[in-house]
Design a protein around this ligand. Sequence first.
Ligand code: GDP
Ligand code: GDP
Length: 455
Amino acid sequence: AAEEGFDIEEVEGAIEAAGHGPLPVLAVVGRPNVGKSTLVNRIIGRREAVVEDKPGVTRDRVTYEAEWAGRRFKVVDTGGWEQDVLGIDASVAAQAEYAIEAADAVVFVVDAKVGATDTDEAVVRLLRKAGKPVVLCANKVDGPSGEADAAYLWSLGLGEPYPVSALHGRGTGDMLDKVLEALPEAPAQTFGTAVGGPRRVALIGRPNVGKSSLLNKVAGEERVVVNELAGTTRDPVDELIELGGKTWKFVDTAGIRKRVHLQQGADYYASLRTAAAVEKAEVAVVLIDASESISVQDQRIVTMAVEAGRALVVAYNKWDTLDEERRYYLEREIETEFGQVAWAPRVNVSAQTGRHMEKLVPAIETALAGWETRVPTGRLNAFLGELVAAHPHPVRGGKQPRILFGTQAGTKPPRFVLFASGFIEAGYRRFIERRLREEFGFEGTPIHISVRVRE
Ligand code: GDP
Ligand code: GDP
């Protein structure tokens, strides 16, 4: 590496930065208007997003990447959703519950100026039940005179209230230090399963695509009755299902089976649930209603799984209803709308008739195998050497940037770091990704490629 002009520490640092596995998840929960979104913006260090959003506008983005003191994690924001038909307590509880399920640690935001309300107490009960580490954020303490308000929140029994002004940044550093203490290095619930234990599958898709029908079909009828009863207490949320001679853990199935029809905020609620399931899973099976046109919402759900770095299978359901014409148009739609995930295994199923259910497991296994693929450095560099020689980067400003060497820094999903002599254009990066896929497979998995340029 040194001969190529890279300092060894730089190379090691780049590999370590790129090679991080799945990030631990922090959920920010609390009543409406306590300042959750403001706090999330402060944590992710961006003006982007949430607070500027108009009420009523669908927000499908609920997770963000953040970094504090050199550690990276994800933040789930529950600030985008107002009270709905269920009433304030139930709404807050439901959204908090999903967020808490997905999280490794929780920041519970209370408006210190208002003090603890009954709704806050209800969230505290949920937090106790979940048993996740909690950091209590006493927000809207904009100056020293508010500190006394914060102290009152000891009464919640969640330990020390951290006085914070999400708006001005006061106290957020101390609070985040505490958050880092509470957060595990890696998301325990997702990847803490013992080797050989059941793999975690998230069955996701917009409402009415047939998730619950599919789940019922694969889980077997009898089991469903039992679980529907259990589902009324929303517990257990994960379900072990035997499929293809193996046991799989379908995550957040209570959410799928829950039959509450929300009006206001329903889309946001669904997004939150989807994000929670994706975070807990290793592989996402996105269910699409093949009888209808592929929608923006379908695409968002696929994007959510890809951005979360999960293995992906796309299943087209309700195949029994398709006539020849619809099949023709569906193929065109798949080409234009899902070109970006052409690498994902595809199955055409019917939850109603059971068609092609047996193809689900091989597809999931293929995706997981791609997700875990590791290319030895020697092989990768032999491949890169040939590739660069046969297809050099276009000359720019009289110079020809070159990929000098590369390594796979991590798996789940595969992450590569390439070291280059100059800026590598997006088109060339895509070309490399395409060729990597042709050469090494990576079926069913997103791959990350970062490029380091020699100074
Ligand atoms: P959410 O509904 O919990 O996400 O709350 P928002 O983040 O949308 O904030 C609700 C309102 O409280 C907004 O008007 C914010 O500007 C305000 N707010 C948030 N944090 C603070 C704070 O630390 N101090 C003060 N004074 N106002 C805040
Ligand atoms: P979910 O909201 O995604 O859980 O969707 P459901 O499982 O509740 O299904 C929505 C509707 O689609 C129900 O009326 C199902 O009977 C119907 N449905 C689900 N799968 C199929 C299928 O494969 N074929 C047909 N014809 N209908 C289906």
